[in-house]
Design a protein around this ligand. Structure first.
Ligand SMILES: Nc1ncnc2c1ncn2[C@@H]1O[C@H](COP(=O)(O)OP(=O)(O)OP(=O)(O)O)[C@@H](O)[C@H]1O
Ligand SMILES: [Mg+2]
Length: 268
C-alpha cells in the first residue's frame, strides 16, 4: 500500500510541530515502518535534528524540488535520517532558499499548489508513512503541504487551543478542500506541552475534544523531550525511566495514527 501522507500544522510557532514529528519518526521506526519526513519550514529545524549525515549550505534540498529554477527531483534530495527506515527530505538551514521559493510560489501561476504533491506522489510507493513538518504560517508552503497530504494533524498546546487561531487553520483546510483537494481530512489534534496537574488543563482538553478528535494521550511538558531531540536521540535511547515512559506516549500516538495491525514493533 502506498504511504499515508500526514501534514503536521499550526500557524502558531513553538507549539511542538517539529519535536512531535521527530519523536514520532523514532516511534514509527521502532514499529518497523518506512518513514519519509519532509521539512517544509524555511527554518530547517527538523532537518538539523533528524539528519543522519551533515548538511552543507550548498546542498540541494526541498526548495530545489519545489522551485522552477532547479531540475532536482524529490528522489535526488532524499537522504538518510538518524534511525533505520527513516529518510529525510531536508530544508537546508540558514540558506534562505525555501523562503525564496515561498516568494516564488506567490508569483507562480497555475499548478503552484500541487508541486509538493506531484513530488510526493513520485516516491509514495517506497514508504509506509510520510510526515510533513509545516512552517508556522498559512502560506504557499503550508498550502503545498496540505495539498500533498491525505490527512492534517494539528499540533496544539492545550492551554492555547482557542487562542491559537485554529479557526483560521480550519478555514484554510476547508479552502484547500474546496479548491484543490476534496479528499483532505482533518485527522485530529495532538496536544503538546500539556499541564495535566491544573484544573484548567483538563477543562481545556474537554473543550478541544468537543471540536476535534484528540489523537492518543496529551504530551506533557518535559525537559527530556527537548533535550533528546536536540541531542538527536530517541526517548528510548535516552535511557532514563522517565524518557522511556514518555516514549510510550509517542508510541501510542503512532498506533492511533497507523492502526494496531500495521508494522512490526521492533524488539527492545
Ligand atoms: N513536550 C515538550 N516538552 C518540553 N519542551 C518541548 C516540548 N515540545 C517542544 N518543546 C520545545 O519547545 C520548543 C518549540 O518546539 P518546536 O520547535 O517543536 O515547535 P514548532 O511548532 O515546530 O515551532 P515552529 O513553529 O517555530 O516551527 C523547542 O525548543 C522544543 O524543544
Ligand atoms: Mg517547527
Amino acid at each position: 500500500m502506498p504511504a499515508t501522507v500526514l501534514a503536521f500544522c499550526n500557524q502558531k510557532g513553538g507549539v511542538g510541530k517539529t519535536t512531535t514529528v521527530f519523536h514520532l519518526a523514532a516511534a514509527l521506526s521502532r514499529h518497523g515502518l518506512k518513514v519519509l519526513a519532509i521539512d517544509m519550514d524555511p527554518q530547517g529545524n527538523l532537518s538539523t535534528i533528524l539528519t543522519g549525515e551533515p548538511i552543507h549550505p550548498g546542498d540541494a534540498g526541498i526548495a530545489d524540488v519545489l522551485s522552477d529554477r532547479s531540475d532536482a527531483t524529490l528522489t535526488d534530495i532524499i537522504g538518510p535520517g538518524i534511525w533505520p527506515g527513516v529518510d529525510l527530505a531536508a530544508t537546508i538551514p540558514d540558506a534562505e532558499t525555501l523562503a525564496a521559493v515561498r516568494d516564488e510560489l506567490v508569483l507562480a501561476g497555475a499548478g503552484r499548489e500541487h508541486r509538493l504533491r506531484d513530488a510526493v506522489d513520485s516516491v509514495r510507493a517506497n514508504y509506509d508513512i510520510v510526515l510533513i513538518d509545516c512552517p508556522p504560517s498559512l502560506d504557499q508552503l503550508t498550502i503545498n503541504a496540505l495539498v500533498a497530504a491525505d490527512q492534517v494533524v494539528i499540533v496544539s498546546q492545550s492551554a492555547l487551543f482557542s487562542a491559537n487561531g485554529l479557526d483560521r487553520l480550519r478555514r484554510t483546510i476547508d479552502a484547500v478542500r474546496r479548491s484543490y483537494h476534496p479528499d483532505l481530512t482533518l485527522r485530529g489534534v495532538i496536544i503538546n506541552l500539556h499541564e495535566a496537574q491544573t484544573i484548567a488543563g483538563q477543562e481545556q482538553l474537554d473543550e478541544i475534544a468537543a471540536h476535534a478528535e484528540i489523537i492518543g494521550y496529551p504530551i506533557p511538558k518535559a525537559v527530556v523531550i527537548k533535550d533528546a531531540s536536540e541531542a538527536q536521540r530517541s526517548l528510548e535511547d535516552w535511557g532514563t525511566a522517565r524518557a522511556r515512559s514518555l516514549a510510550t506516549i509517542f508510541s501510542d500516538i503512532t498506533i492511533a495514527l497507523i492502526g494496531e495491525n500495521n508494522g512490526t514493533p521492533a524488539k527492545a
